[in-house]
Design a protein around this ligand. Sequence first.
Ligand SMILES: NC(=O)C1=CN([C@@H]2O[C@H](COP(=O)(O)OP(=O)(O)OC[C@H]3O[C@@H](n4cnc5c(N)ncnc54)[C@H](O)[C@@H]3O)[C@@H](O)[C@H]2O)C=CC1
Ligand SMILES: O=C(O)C(=O)COP(=O)(O)O
Length: 399
Amino acid sequence: MPRIVLFENIHASAREVFVAAGFDDVVTHAGALTGEALREALQGANAVGIRSRTHLDQAVLADLPDLRAIGCFCIGTNQVDLETAALRGIPVFNAPFSNTRSVAELVLGEAILLLRRIPEKNARVHEGFWDKTADGAYEARGKTLGIVGYGNIGSQVGILAESFGMRVIYHDIEAKLPLGNAHATSSLKKFLGQADVVTLHVPGGKDTVNLLDAEAIAAMRPGSILINASRGTVVDIPALQRALKSGHLSGAAIDVFPTEPKSRDEALDSPLRGMQNVILTPHIGGSTQESQENIGREVAEKLKRFISSGTTKGAVNFPEIAYHEQAGTARIIHIHQNVPGAMGALSNLMGEFGLNIVSQQLQTRGKIGYAITDVDGEATDQVIEGLRRHPITIRCDRV
Ligand SMILES: NC(=O)C1=CN([C@@H]2O[C@H](COP(=O)(O)OP(=O)(O)OC[C@H]3O[C@@H](n4cnc5c(N)ncnc54)[C@H](O)[C@@H]3O)[C@@H](O)[C@H]2O)C=CC1
Ligand SMILES: O=C(O)C(=O)COP(=O)(O)O
């Protein structure tokens, strides 16, 4: 019976999937934990579910000999040391599509609100002031939306924006099929100079740190708007604050921050707090009832299928082997160093234990190889221990 530990208020749909599969040992935590509290909560976990706030770095992973799989119940996986996880034989799964629409809808709504200067007007009316003016208020129709990162979210934002009559341009490091009438722009600087609203949809991680730095922000059109619902590290926040203060930018919507509070008891520390025409939201771009329920089910299904059949389809850091029915009397999963002769060694060992291989699937990725072997014979503890002792073995289990 695997022990599954879930953090960060993962939707109840996840637990339902595990319990229906007979995995009753599910421990849930409402918030994200750090340091000793995180280590303690993870002890004995065979599978762990997190969202964007729980960091599973090299030191945390090194302490978890029983951990077999990680589920990121979100899109981003930058909070996990993917390389270390792979080298320890731990596949990492996520939900690449389930909350994309939620983010896209929010971004478009924010673009319209900011073009009309609604955040500051709303605040003024709440204070009792009836500031009825068209100054600084514009329609979205005819304006240019610039999308940085034209992936699953960026491309949906583009389609929604076109339905409002916006012109859409995008900048991506990969060649992407333009949807609708969108146009690709290869130079980020040129791109930034053309857009009335710039929205960021790149992944987090070291390659995108401060992608929007002071120089890039200076290259944006005077009076334009910046929206960031990707990762907080993508924007140089002090530079953004200066640009908003000087009036170079007319507004911003920021959903993600370089350092985010771990729970609702902590306050956000940001120089953007209290600024006019700046929408600040607590990383809720993907937080809708629809998305969270779907994500709960989707990632739990991936973890369940890995635990019960060994399939790694959809893993972001691991050789992928699709689901296939078990042949023979036992299934053994074997994660090993990707070196010449690995499969020969594995097959010979199985032969020595009297197991007849009836089906074998192998995939490799970088330094690791992953084999699912169906055998006729008994995969006893002694067999599994024997396979584990071989120097190429990273991890070996019966499923
Ligand atoms: N605020 C929230 O609640 C949410 C935030 N996110 C964030 O949004 C990010 C994007 O999500 P998806 O669109 O689903 O990812 P995706 O992987 O489909 O698209 C990302 C795109 O960015 C491009 N890209 C990467 N580096 C780039 C660079 N330096 N310059 C320009 N383009 C670059 C990629 O080629 C790709 O086309 C996620 O990685 C996650 O961090 C995702 C969901 C919810
Ligand atoms: O899906 C993502 O990458 C997100 O940023 C959403 O994160 P969350 O699940 O709301 O912590």
